[in-house]
Design a protein around this ligand. Structure first.
Ligand code: TYM
Length: 457
């Protein structure tokens, strides 16, 4: 079983050590595991909420894309794309907006922080707050849910957003009576969940306290590290590693043995200047080879564009049938499909008669079966089996599978159901993609019904 892992970075600035440690490095490590199906992207729609400077957005998209690649992302393994190349995301954002409680968004940290700041300043509580900022968590939920991502590796600051994505998914599933969305789980690297910036607060573009990963080269890395705020203890005086940003950043890059040695050096009174040089050298050892690749990549923006377009194609191949299924489920259906079984998924789920299998012997002597919906429409025709027991075993598995767990591929006018990566049944030919997508939602509803029925027997 593959696990779908997804994460994104907002394209409002130059990638910094916090982005690398909190998201890029763990995400790339995960993408190398054979059981992981990884989706990494540039959140450039989110960037518009934070910046109205087109040149900055443009530059940041390029820098962040080059950073992912320089850090080891393999675009042949990973689906790597720009959020703004996937029109299904804003469409899903609207579907989700319509089921999201306004009260939930009132509680979002970023929005609340703006309200608190305004209140303190005696301003109207929403002064300067755009609807974009308010909707930020819904757009983020759409990023995740459009691909049914199971795990989302992020820094600790994003936990609330993932929790909201779960809430929104649950609400949608509940309202439309079917498990359309998998509930995503947050993945945090415990050891380095929040990297501090120059002033000891969370390293963040908004606090202007970041240490850039590549920008400015080794010289700027060293100079920025030298600006990390420390206490006034002199060389020879013992320092407390646990309250030192220097140590936290070092620890995020070093092995346990190296961290242990650095801890001892601080406790034994190494001067802050010298400690900063040790930190710089440790970071530079990891960063220098990546920076070299970064410089090469950033000089070839057209190649990066090609990679991202191919990524968008792969991403849309997943998001597009998902959105089509959702459109059908929520009632945005073609008028010509009025002859399909009446009612949506919700009604189908509540239908009185259960879906049923019908087995038969084909003209070549092989064994096959059909699955019919509660309304008697043919949903699936199985492949040919030599042994009737094999056909029976597949039926048995379909009875307990449930709609959400079914792997169904969309062909232009048909559907293919797979078990263990093997096609086992196809749907009849439909007149167009709209009819096919509606049929997919009936198929999933029928599989749900079968599973419920099986449980209750
Ligand atoms: P963004 O661009 O602020 O940050 C990108 C990633 O870097 C992590 N991060 C940190 N980790 C540790 N220490 C820090 N000081 C630090 N600063 C940033 C963030 O936690 C994040 O994982 N809303 C997101 C982007 C986004 C997204 C998504 C992420 C949009 N849609 C869907 C995951 C899934 C953001 O602004 O991240």
């Amino acid at each position: 079983m593959q696990t779908r892992v997804l994460t994104g970075i907002t394209t409002t600035g130059t990638p910094h050590l916090g982005n690398y440690v909190g998201a890029i490095r763990p995400a790339i490590a995960a993408s190398r595991r054979p059981e992981v199906d990884a989706f990494f992207f540039m959140a450039d729609y989110h960037a518009l909420i934070k910046s109205d400077d087109p040149a900055r957005i443009e530059r940041s998209r390029l820098e962040i894309a080059a950073t992912w690649l320089a850090a080891g992302l393999d675009p042949n393994r990973v689906t790597f794309y720009r959020q703004s190349d996937i029109p299904e995301i804003p469409e899903l954002t609207w579907f989700l907006t319509c089921v999201t409680a306004k009260g939930l968004l009132n509680r979002a940290h970023a929005y609340k922080a703006s309200v608190d700041k305004n209140t303190e300043a005696g301003e109207d509580q929403d002064a300067g707050v755009t609807a974009g900022l308010y909707m930020y968590p819904v757009l983020m939920a759409a990023d995740i849910l459009a691909f049914n991502a199971q795990q989302v590796p992020v820094g600790r600051d994003q936990i609330q957003h993932i929790e909201m994505a779960r809430d929104i998914a649950q609400r949608f599933n509940h309202i439309y009576g079917h498990e359309f969305f998998v509930l995503p789980e947050v993945v945090i690297e415990e050891q380095v969940a929040t990297l501090p910036g120059l002033d000891g607060r969370k390293m963040s573009k908004s606090y202007d306290n970041t240490i850039p990963l590549f920008a400015g080269g080794a010289k700027q890395l060293r100079e920025t590290i030298m600006r990390i705020v420390t206490d006034s203890r002199m060389p020879g005086e013992a320092k407390d590693p646990d309250s030192s940003s220097l140590f936290t950043i070092f620890h995020a890059f070093a092995s346990e043995t190296e961290s242990h040695a650095f801890r001892r050096a601080l406790e034994e009174g190494i001067g802050w200047g010298e400690a900063k040089q040790v930190l710089y050298e440790r970071l530079e050892a990891d960063i220098a080879p990546m920076r070299e690749r970064y410089e090469e990549l950033i000089a070839r923006p057209a190649d990066i564009e090609d990679i991202l377009r191919e990524g968008a194609r792969k991403a849309r191949a997943i998001a597009s049938p998902k959105i089509a299924e959702l459109r059908a489920a929520i009632g945005l259906r073609a008028m010509s499909s009025a002859n399909l079984p009446a009612g949506g998924t919700r009604q189908a789920t509540k239908a009185a008669r259960p879906p049923r299998f019908a087995s038969f012997r084909d003209t070549d002597g092989s064994f096959r079966f059909r699955l019919f919906s509660s309304e008697g429409d043919e949903l699936l025709l199985s492949k040919s089996f030599k042994d009737p027991k094999e056909a029976g075993a597949v039926q048995k598995r379909l009875k307990v599978l449930g709609g959400a767990a079914a792997t169904v591929h969309s062909l232009p006018r048909s559907l293919v159901l797979e078990l263990d990566g093997e096609p086992v049944a196809t749907a009849p030919d439909y007149t167009d993609e709209i009819e096919r997508d509606e049929a997919l939602s009936y198929l999933r509803a029928a599989l749900d019904l079968l599973a419920v029925q099986e449980k209750s027997e």
